[in-house]
Design a protein around this ligand. Structure first.
Ligand code: U2F
Length: 345
């Protein structure tokens, strides 16, 4: 192995599942043979490294070394989505620690070649002022679909509409209601993003996150206004805090209201009975069947389509109000005059 710390040092970051690591390893071997005075480090899980090395007819070029990265997968686990989730839980820390050891030996990494699934490889390279090459191991059409996702959505729309769920900053439904909501989400088959505080995750049904992996995500905090503005969001399950109501309207997203106290109950009533841009559960716990039914109504029926159209109209009205000459602007001008008189102008 090249040991001088002044030589270029290329780090390969492998995604250790399926056949992802294999083409990356072939590339590493070909490059190492072609550039004998460059150091090449291959970071991969111990299991994947061992299987790659076993199938190797001859040894490795002397300037290429494999490094085992902890994958956080207990021995005997054999369920790919579970393995990937466990691995991602300790990523990128596991790579960074192992890379630090390799850099101690071969010097700072000057180029990062990462499996394109490892999104953080770009940051790892940028932090070092290194170049970054991403290897896409799938077919080119699927890569194009990723690169042009927004264009495709804008052109064709989104068939299966990511419900967004959040109860704001102060509300926490009871453990029983959280369990029922999760069961309803699971049974509905609807894609979802759920902003749920970490301390409440323990109330989700056992194995829920694994069973909904690929169509459902639970996060402790979400960039709500951006999420609501995304074309894939077809409904917002909310406690009806006023900010959430306004944000949903600004994005034309119909609401599923589960108010808890104070203004939330009247907000929910206004949403469902006055504006008709959503449905409301008033002062009662949501059960699994409620969840399935209401998601179906809002996302998949004519009734839901009408709510969505009305929400869209309200969005136009709301946006109009914040343009020059709009009501919100006029009201703000009035407020300025009340507070500072004509001294401000
Ligand atoms: C109280 O409501 P909250 O503060 O709990 O809820 P909202 O008024 O809906 O405001 C929540 C804000 O937090 C943001 C979201 C809203 O601006 O965009 N947010 C986020 O960005 N990401 C997340 O994952 C979760 C939330 C009270 F309980 C209500 O009754 C009142 O109507 C309200 C206003 O006085 O205050």
């Amino acid at each position: 192995m090249v040991s001088a710390k002044s030589v270029p040092h290329v780090a390969f970051l492998a995604f250790p599942f399926g056949t992802h690591a294999s083409p990356l390893f072939s590339l590493a071997r070909a490059l190492a043979a072609d550039a004998p005075s460059t150091a090449f480090s291959f970071f991969n899980s111990a299991r994947s490294n061992s299987s790659l090395l076993q199938s190797l007819p001859s040894g490795l070029p002397p300037n290429l070394r494999t490094f085992d990265v902890p994958d956080n997968v207990p021995e005997g686990t054999w369920l790919p989505p579970v393995e990937v989730r466990l691995f991602l839980e300790v990523t990128p820390g596991n790579f960074l620690e192992t890379m630090a050891a390799a850099e101690g030996e071969f010097g700072r990494v000057t180029c990062v070649v990462g499996d394109a699934f490892l999104w953080f490889a770009g940051d790892v390279a940028a932090e070092r002022g290194a170049s970054w090459v991403a290897l896409w191991t799938g077919g080119p059409c699927s890569l194009a679909a990723h690169l042009y996702t927004d264009l495709l959505r804008d052109t064709f729309g989104v068939e299966d509409q990511v419900v967004y769920i959040s109860f704001g900053t102060v509300i926490m439904p009871s453990p029983q209601e959280l369990t029922e909501m999760a069961a309803g989400l699971e049974a509905s088959g609807v894609p979802f993003l759920w902003s749920l505080k970490d301390m409440a995750r323990k109330h989700l049904p056992e194995g829920f996150l694994d069973r909904v992996a690929g169509r459902g995500l639970v996060v402790p905090w979400a960039p709500q206004t951006q999420v609501l503005g995304h074309l894939a969001v077809g409904a917002f399950l909310t406690h009806c805090g006023w900010n959430s109501v306004l944000e949903s309207i600004s994005c034309g997203v119909p609401l599923i209201c589960r108010p808890f106290f104070g203004d939330q109950c009247l907000n929910a009533k206004t949403v469902s009975c006055v504006w008709e841009i959503g449905v409301a559960f008033e002062s009662r716990t949501m059960e699994k069947e409620d969840m399935v039914r209401v998601l179906n109504v809002v996302l998949k029926t004519e009734e839901g389509k009408k709510m969505s159209e009305k929400a869209d109209k309200l969005k136009t009205t709301a946006l109009q109000a914040t343009k020059p000459g709009g009501n919100s602007i006029k009201n703000f001008d009035t407020l300025v005059k009340m507070i500072v008189g004509n001294h401000g102008s």
